[in-house]
Design a protein around this ligand. Structure first.
Ligand SMILES: [Zn+2]
Length: 339
């Protein structure tokens, strides 16, 4: 272990004591796309004690350009990202305890997962999940690091409960809602730059060097050669419903969670059943084949071809309908297949 982390231990900001602290920490990474796979790799190589990573999607060819944990083999097998990430991270560092969860990061699940977690990393592609993370962070006093990128543009902010403004406070001055969905493509260096900002902050937090934590909101455009660092000390809003005195944690209200959503930048609709229930993929595959459907799959999911559309069903009854953005149409397909 000494040799393995020697360069990091030599770095004065970490040292032997810092390395021991890193080894005792548990980080929860929400999302295993571009940002999540990068953060997970950096943290696993740094020797963090435990990593939990959650993702609802599976690996596709268009991911390989920037999602550094995945291979062509993962695409061919249609492995869920969480499962593929777990396999790769174990190969990178067998000292790290890794827990992979294939599923949707609902507020309910996040509240379950944060027990014993020291830090959360934002690697989601949607506003709703980020706001839920923000409320969970405030409710359980767990720091989290916001990160997002589109095109050649990226940004990051470190949120420490009781110290910094939260994401809900920031929305009053920065219109972050519109920036979460990527429809104009993305270049890998923008992803890497956000990962660098997020994971540097993560290391500072894991070694408890609170004075070193960045207090500004950083954003950059690598194509236009722009770098901005905005001071945020005055952004904390006393009446904030997530971190203020009369907080209600509005984004943890399960009733407000949408069950059917169009996924970011894609012709794909996600459908989550009202009550989660384990389904037998094997039995379903048999039934659908006997009805004449073309069915493929692996132990984690089933893929059903239906003309221009394709539906992927996970064990928890959740489904992704590819080839449409029409929620009603997607629901009718879901009902046809799963009853
Ligand atoms: Zn706030």
């Amino acid at each position: 272990m000494d040799e393995r982390y020697s360069r990091q231990v030599l770095f004065p900001g970490i040292g032997k004591e810092g390395q021991e602290k890193i080894r005792k920490k548990h980080v929860l990474i929400i999302g295993a796309g571009a940002l999540g796979s990068g953060s997970a790799e950096v943290l696993a190589r740094s020797g963090v004690g435990k990593l939990t990573i959650i993702d609802r999607d599976y690996v596709e060819a268009s991911n390989l350009q920037r999602q550094q944990l995945y291979t062509e083999e993962d695409v061919a097998e249609k492995l869920p990202k969480a499962a593929a990430a777990e396999k790769r991270l174990r190969a990178i560092n067998s000292d790290v305890e890794i827990r992979a969860i294939i599923g949707d990061a609902t507020p309910e699940l996040l509240e379950e997962l944060v027990a014993g977690v020291d830090l959360m990393m934002d690697a989601t592609d949607n506003f709703e999940t980020r706001m839920a993370m923000n409320d969970v962070s405030q409710k359980y006093t767990i720091p989290w690091i916001y990160g997002a990128c589109v095109g050649s543009y990226g940004m990051s902010f470190s949120i420490i409960p009781r110290k910094t403004p939260c994401l809900n406070c920031l929305l009053r001055s920065i219109p972050l809602q519109g920036l979460t969905c990527d429809t104009g493509g993305i270049i890998s260096p923008a992803v890497q730059m956000v990962i660098a900002h997020q994971t540097a902050e993560a290391l500072k937090i894991l070694v408890e060097d609170w004075d070193a934590v960045r207090t500004s909101f950083v954003s950059f455009d690598l194509w236009r050669n722009e770098y901005t660092s905005l001071k945020m000390s005055k952004a904390k809003f006393a009446g904030c419903l997530s971190c203020g005195e009369e907080r209600t944690y509005p984004y943890l209200d399960y009733e407000n969670m949408t069950k059917t959503t169009v996924l970011c930048g894609r012709d794909t609709v996600q459908i989550r059943p009202a009550a989660a229930s384990e389904i037998s993929l094997e039995r379903l595959a048999g039934q659908l084949s006997s009805l004449g459907y073309v069915v493929k799959g692996n132990p984690y999911l089933l893929s059903v071809e239906m003309g221009d559309e394709r539906m992927v069903i996970f064990q928890d009854g959740r489904a992704l309908v590819h080839g449409t953005k029409d929620l009603t149409h997607a629901k009718s397909i879901y009902q046809r297949i799963l009853g």
